[in-house]
Design a protein around this ligand. Structure first.
Ligand code: FE2
Length: 221
């Protein structure tokens, strides 16, 4: 499923496409400049599918960004890297997930998967810039130690930190419940009500829609 989202009202110099793809319904986002065909791919799952969309839209991909190193968020890296030879960007604490099937969890599946190695390491405060698009990196550990969120204007891409149905799991490789609680308090709760959350799975929504699940989490934890 591909959704071409109309986000031009947010004055952020880019268009966003959401592609729900792969074995686990990963949300892959393609952020495309409005003044050129340059694009950034966030969390590619089905590499062939993402490449066919890039081709049909005549885009020029310039980065792959992985919000964390689990299989379902990196499984498209290899195909895209082979086709376009663009840098793979991930937080240093998750870079080893790329090449370790035990950490990225593909070792539990029918076929082990390894991604090409990281080319660019992302950490708090770093900004990815192309044309007049600015994507800021935020360290949001908990689901994995090296989980990051990305912000672009009011859009917040949260990987597996939070979904409309619940908080990201902390029982998988790299997970830590205390870390995710700290991230919710120091990052998520400081977001503004006008922020739009783009999660790694499931529906997009405004922050108020996601607040319910956070309140429920803190009430029951
Ligand atoms: Fe994950």
């Amino acid at each position: 499923m591909v959704k071409f989202l109309n986000m031009k009202n947010y004055n952020m110099n880019a268009d966003i496409s959401l592609i729900s793809n792969g074995d686990f319904g990963t949300n892959t986002y393609i952020i495309q400049s409005l003044i050129s065909n340059k694009a950034v791919i966030i969390d590619p799952a089905d590499g062939e599918k993402i490449c066919s969309i890039i081709k049909s839209k005549e885009l020029k991909p310039i980065y792959i960004i992985n919000t964390h190193g689990h299989y379902d968020h990196i499984s498209g890296n290899k195909h895209i890297k082979e086709k376009y030879d663009i840098p793979i960007c991930i937080h240093p604490l998750d870079k080893d997930f790329l090449t370790d099937p035990g950490l990225n969890m593909s070792g539990f599946m029918a076929e082990e998967y390894t991604s090409p190695m990281a080319d660019v390491l992302l950490f708090e405060g770093k900004t990815i810039k192309f044309d007049n698009v600015r994507i800021m990196i935020h360290e949001t550990p908990g689901h994995t130690q090296g989980s990051i969120s990305l912000s672009m204007s009011d859009m917040i891409f949260t990987g597996d930190l939070i979904f409309k149905q619940g908080i990201g799991r902390t029982d998988l490789p790299g997970g830590n419940i205390d870390a995710i609680i700290n991230t919710l308090k120091t990052f998520y709760l400081k977001l503004k009500f006008e922020n739009i959350i783009f999660p790694g799975h499931g529906e997009i929504g405004n922050k108020l829609e996601f607040d319910k699940i956070v309140q429920q989490f803190f009430y029951t934890y």
